[in-house]
Design a protein around this ligand. Sequence first.
Ligand SMILES: [Cu+2]
Length: 93
Amino acid sequence: MKKFIIALICLISSYAIANPEWINGEIIRIDLSRDRIVLKHEYIPSIKMHAMTMPFGTTKELNLEAYRPGDKVRFQFKVEDGALNITTIEKLK
Ligand SMILES: [Cu+2]
């Protein structure tokens, strides 16, 4: 039983590392020319950041042309050089 629990904990923690959390937000502004998006995001547990409106870095691969201000989205991000950069984004229905 103890072995099983340890295996389970390892599984859960590796899952958390391989699968970054999804954060819900709303698009406020999109700045394609500067690869930047301003999002109103909910609380982010992993970095204990309270809900706020702030800019995130983006890449061309995210195809942000398909998004408009006011869209409700969920996204994943990584912290690079103190900036939050979006790695995945998708619209919420
Ligand atoms: Cu923030």
